[in-house]
Ligand binder design. Sequence first.
Ligand code: ATP
Length: 357
Amino acid sequence: MRSYHIAVLPGDGIGPEVVAEGLKVLRRAEALFGGFRLECETLAAGARCYLKEGDPLPPHTLERAHAADAIYLGAMGDPAIRYPDGTELAPQVTIRFALDLYAGIRPARLYPGVPPVLTNRQPINFVVVRESTEGLFASMGGGSVLREETAVDTQVITRRGTERVVRAAFELARQRGGRRKVTCVDKANIFKSFAFFRRVFAEVAREYPDVEHDFGYVDAIAMKLVLAPEQFDVLVTENMFGDILSDLAAGIVGGLGMAPSADIGDAHAVFQPCHGTAPDIAGKGIANPLAAILSAAMMLAWLGERRADAALRQAGAAIERAVAEGLSRRELLGPDLGGARATPEIGARVAALLEPG
Ligand code: ATP
């Protein structure tokens, strides 16, 4: 029996509610597939942790997360709890820098059964790859305000940072085996930093002659994602653009409750829903846990690939199938998708639909 250490950081708001459902499904997958054990260790992080310990990502938590085989995160932050300068706590961003998680993988798939937002009813199935350690976020906590008149944050794009995230995007396009296309999203017509990003992208693209590539400016791509999302396979972009486009992508496939994500580096990875802590619905039992459950499936797929563990890979695929099956039967719709299912009901139903394939 192979055993894996999973660091679980439920966080704040709806984080613990959706993580509980992800764990419910993981436990069922563990029992059904056999062959692997997930040793889950719950760790403190987030806004409540900041109030208690003075640090939203305490050294002990970071140490244990660093030692883990994978990290499963809920959501963190609370608009009411801020640093003295007024900025919100963002340990879920800090951990990307701390563990060098440079590729933010944000799949957007419209599952049959989910009420479509767009009138264009083509299938939607693409991935936004967001550079997660530099770009405009490199300035996080370090910008300056001069005489309350001028504020400056600096964008940082490096060759190393760009090469590695672009390679991750091309590898993903190969692995997905779909349209095998990578789109570079930038603003190269205006900014030198983005013209550089585009040049480095083009250099890396030459290493992947079997994968098609093209380029687009972020404003035009935002419009195309709404008008013709079916034309995309993998998009790769800078941190801030990726932040925005991945929420847009979530919006066209059912909202943040349907958007899983993985932040992957060479040695570590964090899996978490794209959404934040949603204080407006926290504690009401109506959060959609599917993004968290699909993130757990991504975690098993990633670990299975990395450790050459077929049982993990199969379990990950089975979770995604169970979600697809439940949605197509309209058995997993919470209030965000026009249904009435409560958070724990959705988790339990996905667990019940799991089948070995
Ligand atoms: P952050 O800045 O931390 O990413 P945000 O400002 O993007 O957070 P979220 O907390 O992600 O805000 O959510 C925005 C709104 O979307 C919430 O207030 C909530 O109404 C809705 N929402 C988010 N996640 C879910 C979910 N899992 N289920 C149902 N509704 C959700």
